[in-house]
Design a protein around this ligand. Structure first.
Ligand SMILES: [Zn+2]
Length: 353
């Protein structure tokens, strides 16, 4: 069965496009997608803080992508944002070499991951929004972990990464989150938002929706890192955002059995069309870097476990194919009317009036 037939069967909305490092694709072309990974992180400030974050071996990352591809993986979201060790040129090269689609991130990470004199700390909100929009529309910057963004490549970012501490978008994070929200509203791009142990999610969602970002453009990451406060998790799910579960095979937090039971409870509450899966990989976990589990862990271990809990293949298909196709598509701004770009026929987002 080809991907188009699959898309028709599961009712994927063919509305906006998905933006990969090699160009735009239609949502039904995405295929199996892991929604939060780290394929490359440069040897810099992040890696100094947490050595297992350094992922800068092109051949090792390509081997890891091949492992996943053997199981039918056709797309990966790389969650490392601009100026924070993102290696945009290698993402493009790896996608071209392996044929796996990669959606890259603009946006920002937690402030702890930037040196004290980093440009992101003093760039005003409008300039930040313009930077994010430029990365989504004109191409990503390279070589700007220490100096201001200057050199742009033609590959575009496909998602806006945001991140806060457990208090949510307070203090200096307000400026960063507001800029990201503005960029999403102007471009229709999805937002991939890091939460600290699942905390701060409701505050993040409030800020985004106050800025008129639609809930189906918001993906909350790491919601499953702590599974004890079920009421909080269900409250986040009830807002209508996408729920990215990426604490799988991370046994310092909880077992995969706990994760499977959490997914079952989300299904019981009717959130099957909101779940996305990923592994939030680091050096310690990628097989090709000598780590423990590998990008193929979902197929090798977690899906069999989920099935043993009674989760159906059609649910797994939703979490990894039809939900990502919707979550990572650029949303049309429907307050006006959508126009069509004559160059490639894609629907262009309309700025809210
Ligand atoms: Zn991550």
């Amino acid at each position: 069965m080809d991907r188009t037939e699959n898309a028709t069967m599961t009712g994927i909305d063919n509305g906006g496009h998905i933006q990969t490092v090699t160009g735009n694709i239609r949502p039904e072309q995405l295929g199996y997608c892991q929604s939060h990974e780290h394929l490359f992180i440069a040897d810099g400030h992040s890696a100094k803080l947490v050595p297992s974050l350094r992922l800068d071996d092109f051949d090792a990352t390509c081997s890891e992508l091949e492992l996943c591809k053997k199981h039918g993986c056709s797309a990966i979201v790389d969650a490392q944002p601009v100026g924070c060790g993102r290696m945009a040129d290698l993402l493009l090269k790896a996608s071209l070499k392996t044929g796996v689609s990669i959606m890259a991130s603009t946006g920002f990470h937690k402030l702890v991951f930037y040196p004290d004199d980093h440009w992101i700390r003093d760039m005003d909100e409008d300039s930040l929004a313009a930077l994010f929009i430029g990365e989504l529309e004109n191409g990503m910057f390279t070589g700007c972990d220490l100096s201001r963004p200057e050199h742009r490549i033609s590959s575009k970012a496909g998602v806006i990464k945001t991140a806060s501490d457990r208090e949510g978008p307070v203090g200096d994070y307000k400026r960063l989150f507001s800029a990201a929200a503005e960029a999403s509203v102007q471009t229709g791009a999805p937002i991939l938002s890091h939460t600290e142990m699942g905390k701060g999610a409701l505050e993040q969602i409030k800020l985004f929706t106050d800025h008129k970002v639609p809930v189906d453009s918001i993906i909350i990451c790491h919601l499953d890192r702590v599974l004890t406060d079920t009421d909080h998790l269900m409250e986040v799910a009830s807002t209508g955002v996408y729920l990215e579960l990426d604490t799988i095979g991370r046994f310092k937090y909880h077992s995969d059995d706990d994760e499977a039971r959490f997914i079952l409870s989300l299904l019981e509450h009717g959130f099957d069309d909101r779940i996305l899966l990923g592994l939030d990989t680091t050096r310690e976990r990628m097989k090709s870097y000598g780590g423990a589990i590998g990008l193929d862990y979902l197929h090798e271990s977690f899906f069999p476990l989920l099935r043993s809990y009674g989760v159906s293949d059609s649910h797994i298909y939703k979490f990894t194919v039809s939900n990502p196709a919707k979550a990572f598509s650029f949303k049309r701004r429907i307050l006006g009317h959508a126009g069509t770009d004559a160059r490639d026929g894609r629907v262009m987002p309309i700025k809210e009036q």
